[in-house]
Design a protein around this ligand. Sequence first.
Ligand SMILES: [Zn+2]
Length: 137
Amino acid sequence: MTEERFFRDEQNIAFWEGVARNELRLKKCSVCGVVLAPGATFCSECWSSELTEMKASGYGKVHSFVVYHRAFSENETPPYGVALIALEEGPRIVSAVTGGVTAHVGDDVEAVWSVAPTEGPTLSFSVVNEAGWKRED
Ligand SMILES: [Zn+2]
């Protein structure tokens, strides 16, 4: 039985259905064309509620990054990275980053789909091209 850790409602169900098909689904304003985050209910630019679904590239850049030292669920083993990803299409989303605590601001990332033992299909990001600098810890 799959535990419902992630909240699903009519605004983000297309996103989760996309994750199950290895797709990153976003919303797009039918009036002005702005691409919006998966859970958007109206356009942040023109306030229209005429939104359509679109398939995103799955590529982005790490905008910000934190390290969790406590597990959010039994599927994670701390420490692990969670990043604010600036997607190629514009919106930013929060996601786990595979590979532990190795991501840095500016790293290029791509979407990675997997099936978590107790949660079903899930999405995370993997670093594909490191930024040209590293912070000394
Ligand atoms: Zn709009």
